[in-house]
Design a protein around this ligand. Structure first.
Ligand SMILES: Nc1ncnc2c1ncn2[C@@H]1O[C@H](COP(=O)(O)OP(=O)(O)OP(=O)(O)O)[C@@H](O)[C@H]1O
Ligand SMILES: Cc1ncsc1CCO
Length: 262
């Protein structure tokens, strides 16, 4: 396996900026955290993937995110969106749906509650990601966004595109006890999609009749990243002897051992 040095633009929330930047750097990519649209034309000519995290949006940030997504589409840069907290407010949900209707995201990621919001018929009202999402629901959502790979995280991660679902189980129960471990995964999915786009003609053509096999190859790469992250968390749990603060530190070290396949 080869790891390429990729530039990843990350717009994330204030709670997780450091954690996400550290883990993207840990797998050998370069995090770029700019929230200055004036430099996006220059930056996006050198970017390999962008990750948009909705954790702390406000009007100003909405403009920043629109500028980034527009520039990404101009330069053919693959986009990941992390739907942090969209089940909590109509404001955030409306903005998320606006982005999803205006831009093509290669990966749409959220915990069960966040992803379920994309199904207008869903009735979930639970606070955390402990409710197993119905497979039917995620398949339905993935059919609504056929160009995207849907990643619904929790005790089991579901990775889905056009009705093809892969499930990834395992992982440390300490993961949901550390704030930002979902944001970290979306950063890593950005690295993954940056490497996939390097060898994957799907992203060059962006045609609606893209070869299904190529698309499934990317689905497998995303699945592998989810698995690698869960495995890293188990190793961190063991080395930290279940001590939560130490677990977070050890998780960064274990993430640095992940090799990104291309
Ligand atoms: N009970 C669990 N057991 C094992 N792994 C879990 C469990 N819950 C979540 N995870 C894993 O933790 C990571 C974060 O998932 P989670 O669904 O908690 O994200 P999140 O709510 O988006 O987190 P945050 O918003 O704090 O970044 C994922 O890799 C997921 O697989
Ligand atoms: C944005 C945000 N709000 C509460 S915790 C957190 C970071 C994990 O998403």
């Amino acid at each position: 396996m080869i790891t390429l040095k990729k530039n990843i633009h990350l717009i994330t929330n204030d709670v997780t900026k450091q954690f996400v930047a550290d883990t993207v750097a840990a797998v050998g990519a370069s995090p770029i955290m700019s929230e200055t649209p004036e430099e996006y034309a220059a930056i996006y000519s050198k970017i390999d993937a962008a990750v948009i995290n909705l954790g702390m949006v406000n009007l100003e940030k909405q403009k920043v995110i629109h500028a980034a997504c527009s520039e990404a589409q101009v330069h053919g840069v693959p986009l990941v969106i992390d739907l942090v907290g969209i089940h909590f407010s109509a404001y955030r949900k409306t903005f998320a749906l606006e982005l999803l209707s205006q831009y093509d995201f290669q990966v749409i990621k959220g915990n069960y509650d966040e992803i379920t919001v994309l199904d207008s018929n869903a009735q979930f009202e639970s606070f955390d990601a402990s409710n197993p999402i119905a497979l039917k629901t995620i398949q339905l959502i993935s059919n609504q966004y056929p160009k995207a790979i849907i990643v619904a995280t929790g005790k089991i991660d579901y990775v889905c595109q056009r009705g093809h679902v892969r499930s990834v189980s395992g992982g440390s129960p300490l993961l949901p006890k550390v704030s930002g471990t979902g944001c970290v995964l979306s950063g890593l999915l950005g690295v993954c999609i940056a490497n996939a786009s390097h060898t994957n003609p799907f992203y060059e053509s962006q045609s609606s009749n893209a070869d299904t096999n190529v698309s499934l190859m990317t689905l497998s790469q995303i699945e592998d990243m989810c698995k690698a992250y869960k495995s890293a968390s188990i190793r961190a749990e063991i080395s930290s002897q279940h001590r939560l603060g130490q677990f977070k530190i050890d998780l960064i070290s274990e993430i640095s051992e992940i090799e990104v396949s291309i």
